[in-house]
Structure formats: C-alpha cells, structure tokens
Ligand binder design. Structure first.
Ligand code: CAO
Length: 569
C-alpha cells in the first residue's frame, strides 16, 4: 500500500481557490477520477479527481480554507505499488531545472505547467518564453492570426496572436516587452492557457512581469462597431461564467456571449476576470470606472471606490437611482424591522446564475409562444418500449422524444439554429444540431449538450440523457460536454406546473419549456375525447426570429410530437 499526497493541481490561472466541499470520510474507497473534494475560484467550481483507486486517508484542509497550486489537500492510500501520477507541481519543479535553450527546442511538446516553469526558469536571462495568459477556460482554442514577426519590437500589451473559440475572437496580449526571436506556433494550432507562443529577447527587467496578471483581449464583442479598434480591443473576461443557470435560464459553462458589463462597456476597458465578476455582481458598468492600474487597468479597488462614491452621492437621485447603469436599482431594505431574519451567503453558482439571468433578460428581446402537443399516442408507444428498454438497460422518458423532435424542427426551421453575429449585422447559421438539456442538480442548474441529435435514434438519445444528467448531478460534466448547444430544452414535466416562460440561453435564439402533461377533454368534431396534452412554451430572441418563424417552428413541433411517425420522414 502506498500513501499519496494529493496537491492542488494547476488552476488555469487562478491564484487561490476556496475549499467548498469535502465529500468523503476517512476510509471511504475511491475510484480513479472520483471527486475527492470541490474547489471554487472566481470563475468556476472544480472537482478535484482522485488520480488513482484506493481509499481516503484524510483531508489536509478544512472546508472554507483558501489554497493555492501545490498545496497538499488530501492523502489517499493506493493499492499495490501503482503510485498515481506525479502531481503537476512536481513536474513544474523538475522542468524548471532544465536549461532554457533545451526547453525552447521542446516547446511545442511541453505541457502547460512545464511551459510555466520554463518561463520562470528563463526569466533571469535575456531570453523569455511568452505564454498564453489565462483565457478563463481549460479548453484549447484555434489560433487564427499571428500578429508579430521575427525581429519585431513588441511592447507589453501588444497583440501577439488572435485566438478564436466558438464564442469569441480573442487578442492575446504580450506579457513582456522585447524583440521577437522565434515564433513557436503556427496558424491553425490549438492553444490554451500557459502554452508557449514566442521566444523574446526581453528588455531590461521586463521578464519579471507576472504572467498570470495578463488578461486576454477580445476583439469581437458585443459593442457597437465604432467602439471596436482592430487590434487592441477590450480585454474581456472569458471565464466560465455560465456553468450554472437559474430557473428558466439554463446556461452553458462556456463563456457564452460577453456579460452585460462587457457588452456595454466599449472596447477600451481593461480589467481582469475577477474585477469583471465583482462589477457584474455590484451592477457596475466598467465603462464608467477609471482604472488606476498599469496602462489604465481597472482594479478591484477602483470598482469598490466607484461604488462608495455612488453611495456617497446618493443624495443626487439620478445617479443613485440607476446604479450607474441606467437601470433603476431596488432599494436596500432592512428586513429585520419586519421580523426575524437570517442572511444566507449566495454560492458562487447562485451568483453566476443571477448574473446570467440578468444578462440574457436584459439583452434579449423575448417573446414566448404557447401550445399543447397531443402526446397520447407518443406516450402509448413510449410505454410499449419499457420491456425492451429494460433489456437494453435504457430508460426512455418523454424528454428523449422532445429532444429528437426539436432536432427535426430545427432542421425544418433553420432560423432557430442561428445566433446573432457579434457585429450585430449578421446571423450565424449552424449546420450542426446539438441540443442542450437543463438538468436540476443539487449544485444548481447545469446544461449538458447532446451532440448531433439529428443523427441519433431514441435509444441513443435516452442513454445520453441518463448519462449526462447523472454526470451533471455528480458534478462530473466536463466543460466540453456543456458547450456548443444550438437550442435548449427545459423540462419541468416530472415536477409539475401548467407552463412557464423560459429565458433564452443566449447566444442561442430559442428555448423550449415543457410542463407536465395532463389528460384533458378535446373536441374531435363530434364529441369530447380524453387526450394527453403536453403544455409547451417556446421563448425566442425577437432580434433573430420573427413571430411567423416561431409559429411555424411550434406548429411543426406539435405535429411531430402528436404523430411521431413524422419523425421517421
Ligand atoms: N409530463 C409528465 N410526466 C413527465 C414529463 C412530462 N412532461 N416528462 C417526464 N415525465 C415523467 C417521466 O416519464 C418519468 O416517469 P416514468 O419513469 O414513469 O416514465 C418521470 O417524469 C421522471 O422523469 P425524469 O426527470 O427522471 O427524467 P426525464 O428524462 O423526464 O428528465 C431531466 C431528465 C434531466 C430533464 C430532468 O431530470 C431534470 O433535471 N429536469 C429539470 C430541469 C429544470 O430544472 N428545468 C427548469 C430550469 S431551466 O429553465
């Protein structure tokens, strides 16, 4: 038996995180990848998986503790000699002893922690590896443009390369000033936080700059075109703000569209993810805040001072009443004057959910259309599948048919499979068909995405619903499993209710809210007959969808669900 100490792995740029959940007890057995504990940063909640099967010996931290990369957090006992992989921080130390020149030669194959260590090792020499700073996500994104050439003199903050995810185009700024000796990437490569971009001959002590202080700049945001300089655009928080959602507002974990602050802020705002988060939480538009940091960077203190100033000025009704954002604020009330109260801290998930809700509610002009689908035959057919489902180990619920029908309706009504382009002048037509499904979990709402639904049958879709809903509830969804949705289904059918108006999960343009089916009398031309009716509400973004499009989509969906033979056509 081997005892292994588990340390905080690379946090993708976050300096410290809070321990929010210790889910096991000493002696509990664990499998590889089982969650040992949960950490929470400014941007995301992270399960720390066990690197090996074994048993928990003890935790080395308490809930609420603040930890950083490399801190020991737990001890596990591993069967046999199969010691788990060396923790990332140890890899960092090993690589740091290697000569910079050798490491540069290997740069295209080094991992993120290795590359970080290389940067540290090189920082005292005249040569400096320039790394991708924190882009707020673990995902690799495509390099679409190299903005520097060998021999260029580059200033700190100048754009090095441009990355493009399916959500945004990001300018990656240089973390150092210096001369470009070598470019280590090619267009089309996939890059992530910490990957090496170039080798610089640095100017004076510029190599001491702290890499993680840098933020990613995003060239394509939702600002008016006039505010958008070609290269040096606003740094934007691409954090995984949308991991969770709220009732009526499922969201993806990816940095969907920019938050309201970014959307209205203009292209000259320079602030990091944590500052943007605080601004969002406080309802502060960063465009109104002056930055006191280097190169005008907005610091947390600047936001706090801005709010303090607003409070001081509360006698000036116009400013205070709008919270500086043009939206009237709800007055603060001391509820204790009415009776006993308790103040409960909102979790990160709840706060992010609230921010997403507000963002989409304020940005998207919503219309909701209602209809009932007669699912009498569908339900009879579905119940008839029960025995075969048991044999296959698959549980088929109405949700599988809904997802299949939505995919067919999207194909027949491609207006719903679009997003507004960031420039507000174009529409992006998607030729893939990935459907998001809101899942109610103890941590909040998650929206895993079932991919290529149009190519899958009911058995496969049902199996994926169970798999993804299970992963969501166990906190095991990977970011990629929550990205790329074209349309979202929010089913409260198993819970109840006659109807609700879901909020569009931007940048998607449509969401279907489904309530509990009920038997109701329906006139068939001669008499009332009992039919099973499924209440549905389709919310859509009226900028991208017209009422006529929505009417056709809904009518088509009702037809498909009322007679599922059409799904086979
Ligand atoms: N009307 C009546 N019964 C329904 C129904 C409906 N519209 N939809 C599902 N049911 C039934 C199912 O048939 C199942 O019963 P049987 O086992 O007897 O067939 C039962 O309700 C439970 O279903 P389920 O919830 O286990 O599974 P599901 O496939 O219906 O749903 C999922 C999966 C992930 C959508 C669901 O578990 C969930 O989390 N829903 C909540 C989503 C949410 O919170 N949305 C609102 C916020 S976001 O806008």
């Amino acid at each position: 038996m081997t005892i292994q100490t588990i340390v905080v792995p690379d946090l993708g740029g976050a300096e410290t995180v809070e321990v929010i959940e210790l889910g096991l007890s000493p002696g509990d057995s664990i499998e590889v990848e089982d969650s040992l504990l949960v950490l929470e940063s400014d941007k995301a909640t992270m399960d720390i998986p066990s690197p090996a099967a074994g048993a928990l010996v003890k935790y080395l931290v308490a809930e609420g503790a603040t930890v950083k990369v490399g801190d020991p957090i737990a001890e596990i006992e591993i069967a046999g000699n199969a010691a788990a992989e060396t923790p990332e921080v140890e890899e960092v130390e090993q690589v740091a002893h290697e000569p910079a020149a050798k490491v540069v030669a290997d740069v295209e194959t080094v991992s993120q922690p290795e590359a970080s260590a290389v940067a540290a090792a090189a920082s005292n020499s005249a040569e400096q590896l320039i790394l991708v700073p924190d882009i707020g996500s673990d995902d690799k994104v495509e390099l679409i443009e190299i903005s520097i050439a060998v021999g260029d003199e580059v200033a700190e903050g100048d754009t090095l390369v441009v990355l493009e995810s399916d959500k945004a185009t990001m300018d990656v700024p240089s973390t150092h000033s210096g001369k470009v000796l070598k470019i280590l990437v090619a267009e089309g490569a996939k890059l992530g936080t910490g990957d090496a971009v170039a080798l610089f001959e640095v100017v004076a002590d510029a190599s001491a700059a702290v890499v993680e202080e840098a933020v990613v700049e995003k060239a394509v945001v939702e600002e008016p075109v006039t505010e958008k300089p070609a290269a040096k655009a606003a740094p934007v928080d691409t954090s995984t703000d949308a991991i969770q959602s709220a009732p009526g507002q499922p969201a993806q974990p990816a940095p969907v569209a920019a938050e309201p602050v970014a959307a209205t802020a203009g292209a000259s705002i320079y602030a990091g993810p944590a500052v943007r988060l605080i601004a969002r939480e406080l309802g502060v538009s960063l465009s109104e805040v002056s930055g006191s940091g280097p190169r005008g960077r907005i610091l947390k203190d600047d936001v706090n001072n801005f709010v303090k100033q607003l409070i001081k000025n509360k006698d000036a009704p116009a400013a205070a009443a709008t919270g500086g954002s043009g939206i009237p604020t709800v007055p603060a009330i001391d509820f204790s004057q009415f009776g006993e109260i308790e103040e409960l801290a909102m979790s990160k998930i709840q706060r992010l959910t609230a921010a997403n809700m507000q963002r989409n509610w304020l940005n998207v002009p919503h219309v909701t259309q209602f209809d009932d689908a007669d699912i009498t035959e569908l339900e009879a057919f579905r119940k008839g599948l029960k025995a075969e489902g048991e044999k296959r180990g698959v549980r088929v619920t109405p949700v599988a048919f809904l997802i299949k029908a939505i995919a067919a309706a999207l194909q027949a009504n491609p207006e719903f499979n679009r997003s507004l382009a960031a420039d507000g002048q174009n529409l992006i037509q998607k030729h893939y068909c990935h459907i998001g499904m809101a899942v109610d979990t103890p941590r909040g709402l998650m929206v895993p995405v079932i991919r290529d639904v149009n190519e899958k049958g009911i058995w496969d879709i049902s199996a994926e619903i169970s798999l993804l809903a299970g992963k969501a509830r166990d906190g095991k969804l990977k970011p990629a499993e929550m990205q790329g949705g074209c349309f979202t289904l929010s089913s409260l059918g198993a819970i109840g209710g006659n109807g609700f108006t879901p909020i569009v999960n931007a940048p998607e343009v449509g969401i279907l809210g489904v309530s509990k089916s009920q038997i109701k009398p329906v006139w068939d031309g001669a008499e009332f007959v009992p039919r099973l009716l499924l209440p549905m509400a389709l919310s859509y973004d009226h900028r991208a969808i017209n009422g006529g499009d929505a009417g056709r989509f809904m009518t088509h969906l009702v037809k498909l669900l009322s007679d599922i033979r059409y799904l086979a056509l």
